[in-house]
Design a protein around this ligand. Structure first.
Ligand code: SAM
Length: 220
């Protein structure tokens, strides 16, 4: 099977036709083999525009939404970025093709280890993965030019805002499972931030100290 053609078709049908134009994002999506980020047996669905189960009750996000989040982050080749919610590793892999360095944090150890193995096999060497609570960010590696949060928080976690560099962009879904909005928070000054609404989305919950609790009724 010619995976390059299949990937090109996915980008055309599910990404560019729906308005994503950032060449860095579309080129990364043409390059990163999404079929290597889904569980064995799900490869044939890897290029559909749908989330897929990856174990631990989690999902690899729908390609269009990933493309939208990355485009809205206005990424540059020299950027250092943080992804909260590594999951399968697919979004971090895309980020690693676009930017200089990616820090990626995941609360499920098994998913983090699997993602790390995938990056090693693909020789994506500019990604650091850590197991932990990403609602607190990754202070030692801050400041970040961009932070992508791939799970929905009750509100924007303070630590993530504080770990943005000046001009840094935080893309984060906020809200309960039935009423989430995708937000872009831009650091405009030492203590000033601009917040924009980017539309309705549906993500798994961000679970952590500065997020939902694992037993929150909304998510049990
Ligand atoms: N970006 C991922 C990909 O490309 O496969 C998809 C991420 S999935 C929609 C959301 C992930 O966020 C899950 O793997 C979940 O375990 C993780 N997560 C939830 N709360 C977290 C937290 N506080 N810190 C780190 N990861 C968290």
């Amino acid at each position: 099977m010619d995976m390059t053609r299949i990937r090109d078709r996915m980008v055309e049908h599910h990404v560019t036709r729906r308005g994503i134009r950032d060449p860095g994002v579309t080129e990364a999506m043409r390059t990163v083999p999404r079929e290597k980020f889904v569980p064995p047996g799900s490869e044939e669905f890897a290029y559909e525009d749908a989330p897929l189960a990856i174990g631990e009750g989690q999902t690899i996000s729908q390609p269009f939404i990933v493309a939208l989040m990355l485009e809205k982050a206005n990424l540059d080749a020299g950027d250092t970025v943080l992804e909260v919610g590594t999951g399968s590793g697919y979004a971090s892999a895309l980020l690693s093709r676009i930017t200089r360095h990616v820090y990626s944090i995941e609360r499920h150890e098994r998913l983090a280890l699997q993602a790390k193995e995938r990056f090693e096999k693909l020789e994506y060497r500019n990604i650091d993965v850590r197991v932990g609570d990403g609602s607190k960010g990754w202070a030692e590696a801050a400041p970040f030019d961009a932070i992508i949060v791939s799970a929905s928080a009750p509100e924007v976690p303070t630590a993530l805002k504080e770990q943005l560099g000046l001009g840094g962009r935080l893309i984060i879904p906020v809200g309960r499972c039935d009423a989430q909005r995708l937000k872009r928070v831009t650091r405009t000054g030492d203590a000033t931030f601009e917040e924009e609404d980017l539309g309705g989305v549906l993500f798994v919950p961000l679970i952590g100290e500065d997020a939902w609790t694992a037993t929150h009724p909304m998510y049990t």
